[in-house]
Design a protein around this ligand. Structure first.
Ligand SMILES: [Zn+2]
Length: 263
């Protein structure tokens, strides 16, 4: 059984790991790891979105206001779904871009992706707006690295949160900011959805050749390999010994190739 405290962080980005707190999305084995406000805080602490002091404060505030904590949990789940839908639409476009397509097919794919993103943006914006409203800039000592032109700037600006420390929604501010940064940044082109059956976990493909297919080779990758292996073994039974040998060799070759595509 997985709960939020030991859920693997495989997405390569805070907002994607947040989307991945729902396992086996939409399938009969779907499991929500955000089982309560406490689980949301525990996950945020583990993912680096909160420090230990903030987590302790939020737990104490949540004990005083369980109704508000339940509302924030519901909002967290809604935000998670909104992030997933837009990110998955972008991931579909990125994955299609890796495959050579005829121009007319590529145009259809691009239209579908644009429609999918547009259909889900309003909901995501509505979720993000109150959370991003707490972002502030703060000046801190420390020089910004010297740019190509001009001298170093002696003050560095860093993001901080301006809202009340007892606001239970504070747990969602870093996730909202992370989603905004990811979806508007250059890394969005590396968004992928795991090719594993029913998995739907999202990740950033940082492999050199952009060929990562699985959330983790040790997870969905190995399951897919085992399925391929079983299918090939079954098929081989109806062929001659010579044919069997050739297929096994191809299977072994594909096995190795599959093992190399994951970082
Ligand atoms: Zn997977």
């Amino acid at each position: 059984m997985t709960d939020s405290g030991d859920l693997p962080l495989l997405g390569g980005h805070l907002s994607l790991d947040f989307a991945n707190t729902l396992e086996w999305r939409g399938s009969s084995r779907e499991r929500d790891c955000l089982t309560g406000y406490e689980a949301l805080v525990a996950w945020s602490l583990r993912a680096g979105a909160l420090d230990a002091g903030e987590a302790e404060e939020l737990r104490a505030y949540a004990d005083w206001a369980p109704g508000s904590a339940a509302e924030v949990l519901a909002e967290a789940r809604a935000l998670r779904e909104a992030v997933y839908r837009v990110a998955a639409a972008l991931a579909a476009g990125g994955a299609a871009g890796e495959t050579p397509l005829a121009d007319h097919v590529a145009d259809h794919v691009a239209d579908d992706v644009a429609d999918d993103v547009a259909d889900n943006l309003e909901n995501l914006n509505r979720r993000l707006a109150p959370l991003l409203g707490e972002t502030r800039l703060s000046a801190t000592a420390g020089a910004v690295p010297k740019a190509t032109r001009g001298g170093p700037v002696p003050v560095r600006l860093v993001p901080i949160w301006g809202g009340a420390s007892d606001d239970l929604a504070r747990v969602l501010w870093p996730v909202a900011r992370s989603a905004f940064d990811l979806l508007t940044g250059g890394a969005a082109g590396r968004l992928r959805e795991c090719a594993g059956r029913d998995c739907h976990w999202l990740f950033l493909d940082r492999s050199k050749n952009g060929s990562r297919r699985w959330c983790a080779m040790s997870n969905c990758g190995n399951l897919a390999k085992a399925r391929r292996h079983r299918a090939k073994s079954h098929s081989a039974k109806s062929h001659s010994a010579k044919s069997h040998s050739a297929k096994s060799h191809r299977a072994r070759t594909q096995h190795r190739a599959g093992a190399q595509v994951v970082e």
